[in-house]
Design a protein around this ligand. Structure first.
Ligand code: N01
Length: 545
């Protein structure tokens, strides 16, 4: 084998595997269970200390999933027959409890290594094996390398001057301490108004003495209609769940609902208004993902949705200055083309005397000082600064590992030069026997997590079974098929309005990241059809080695 360091006899233990899975979120957990059921020797490694992926890390006040129950769970009857959701939008505690329940039911512990952070993975061309190294000294040799790192594995921190000089507590939302810090009466800054910032600032405002939210771009959140379920009350009757999970796979976004099936202007104004009202009342993603078919594709249709949102939102904000900053008269970007957060009182929060908003466009942050944050206008003092500034989304988890394929080619360099280039969002040319769930150019952020974990996880297991049965030791995507997938992904993205907004969907939040759609926007059923037809045609677009 080829290792960077000579192997010190008796110290390094190389574990031989059929597959190594990274990540204990929906993708990794499902993959471990599925491959073990198929008879593979497989292990899961995870940097954190528990199951849940992003939900292991996201413990900030207010953290809860925006996919309403019963969507955000696996379809295995052994699980759902027993599991009872307590909230329509479960919080991070409930989600971690769910993952613990799953791990227990599926007996995952015996095949999981926590606190094991993979630093490198190298393809051994002679042996057709991956050599995978972790920072705690563990080394694995596996036929298949399955980095299911998720879309939010790599946090982004601003590069402000003086960031290290702050004497108070400075924390990124995704590194929230396991022991909740005291917020009561504190002066708190929250930077960022994405899905995290919106949830977090509202929760923090209930405790803070003073709260200042630093906004660069206004979010366009929708109201979350939370429900707390009694012990005998279910989000959906159990007898309907089997069908529900089938419908979920058929939904455009991996939910059991899709577009309305007609264009915005097919309805007259009164009917449209009534329709918007009904979508609004759902109190979930329906106003975004279950609306008129052209909302994300046509400027005029999109503007209608924005006007409705703006009117509803402005009515909740008292101060005209804040109305204009939070819900501007002039539409700042197409509605729904940055991730739409869900909120429960975010806008009313700004009516409180101890909450303020700083627009970092008119008064940019100059530096972090010992006492707080200095903008071009003044220095603001804080006890706590919370960065809800996001992630090197989709690719960051993969590129933070030194992954080297055929001829030592680096995945990070490949993505840096060409953008996230993959075949079917599940594999990359030049990287044999490597597959990922929720990878670049797959539906990822536009698919409900567990739905795609199952669809992709099953497909990966199928290709491994195919190779096992046929005695094939390696499979790799072709350059040409990857190129065509990239063109298709871009064509669909540019047919939509998404590229008109600056967001992590297009890689905009990371300086120097090539501007390409990070996801496949053609819908989950269409995506899965592509995967299935690829397999049915003998894994068309791949070649065997
Ligand atoms: O991150 P984001 P997030 N100065 O990148 C701002 C999932 N998620 O953690 O928009 C000032 O969306 C930035 O401003 P701008 C979900 O998929 C799910 O909120 O770039 N501001 C933006 O406002 C989500 O999309 C759930 O102009 C700066 C914010 O920080 C994804 O995770 C909950 C700045 C970052 O927003 C990421 O969400 C939470 C700077 N230097 C997250 N740098 C649920 O399901 C960045 N910003 C509930």
């Amino acid at each position: 084998i080829t290792l960077d360091q000579p192997e010190p006899v008796g110290v390094v233990n190389i574990e031989e595997l059929d597959a190594l899975v990274i990540g204990s979120g929906f993708g990794g957990v499902y993959q471990l269970k599925k491959l073990r059921d198929e008879g593979y020797k497989v292990k899961l490694v995870e940097s954190g200390t528990g199951y849940g992926g992003i939900w292991h890390w996201s413990r900030y006040p207010g953290a809860r999933v925006d996919s309403h129950a019963p969507h955000y769970q696996f379809s295995d009857p052994e699980l759902w027959k027993e599991w009872h959701w307590k909230q329509r939008f479960p919080d991070h505690n409930e989600l971690r409890a769910y993952f613990e329940f799953v791990a227990d039911k599926w007996d995952l512990g015996k095949d999981t290594y926590f606190e094991t952070h993979v630093t490198s993975a190298k393809w051994d061309e002679e042996e057709h094996k991956w050599i995978i190294t972790a920072s705690n000294g563990k080394i694995f040799r596996a036929t298949y390398f399955l980095p299911h790192c998720g879309i939010a594995a790599s946090r982004t921190m601003p590069n402000w001057k003086g960031l290290g000089s702050f004497k108070g507590m400075l924390v990124h939302s995704s590194y929230w301490p396991h022991e909740q810090p005291v917020l009561k009466g504190k002066k708190i800054a929250v930077v960022g108004t994405g899905s995290t910032g919106v949830q977090l600032s509202h929760a923090v405002s209930k405790e803070a003495g003073e709260l200042v939210v630093f906004q660069r771009t206004p979010a366009m959140p929708l109201q979350m209609r939370q429900v707390n379920y009694d012990d005998d009350e279910e989000s959906k009757p159990k007898e309907e769940l089997e069908q529900f999970f089938k419908d979920r796979e058929d939904g455009y976004w991996g939910f059991d609902f899709g577009f309305l099936g007609k264009g915005t202007f097919e309805d007259d104004e009164a009917t449209r208004k009534a329709s918007y009202e009904a979508l609004w009342k759902a109190g979930d993603f329906t106003f975004w993902l279950g609306t008129y078919t052209d909302m994300l594709f046509n400027d005029a249709a999109n503007y209608e949705a924005y006007k409705f949102w703006r009117e509803k939102t402005r009515a909740r904000i008292q101060d005209p200055r804040l109305q204009e900053l939070l819900a501007p008269e002039k539409q700042p970007y197409p509605f729904g083309c940055k991730r739409v957060p869900l909120e429960q009182g975010y806008f009313e929060m700004f009516n409180k005397p101890n909450v303020d908003l700083v627009d970092v466009n008119s008064t940019p942050i100059v530096e972090v000082t010992e006492k707080g944050i200095r903008t071009t206008e003044k220095e603001l003092e804080f006890d706590i600064i919370i960065l809800a500034t996001g992630f090197d989304a989709v690719t960051g988890g993969l590129t933070s590992i030194d992954i080297r394929g055929i001829d030592g080619v680096s995945l990070k360099e490949k993505f840096q030069e060409r953008g996230p280039t993959t075949y079917c969002g599940i594999s990359a040319a030049g990287f044999p026997n490597m597959f990922f769930i929720n990878g670049p150019q797959s539906p990822n952020a536009f698919c409900n997590g567990p739905t795609c974990a199952e669809l992709q996880g099953n497909w990966i297991a199928d290709v491994m079974n195919h190779n096992r049965d046929a005695g094939i030791s390696a499979i790799v995507a072709d350059d040409e098929s990857e190129k065509q997938w990239g063109e298709l992904t871009e064509t669909i993205a540019y047919a939509s309005l998404l590229p008109k907004a600056k967001s992590w969907y297009m890689g905009d939040n990371i300086p120097g990241k090539p501007r390409r759609s990070q996801m496949y926007l053609g819908g989950v059923p269409g995506y899965y059809e592509k995967l299935k037809s690829c397999a049915a045609e003998g894994y068309k677009g791949f070649h065997f080695q």
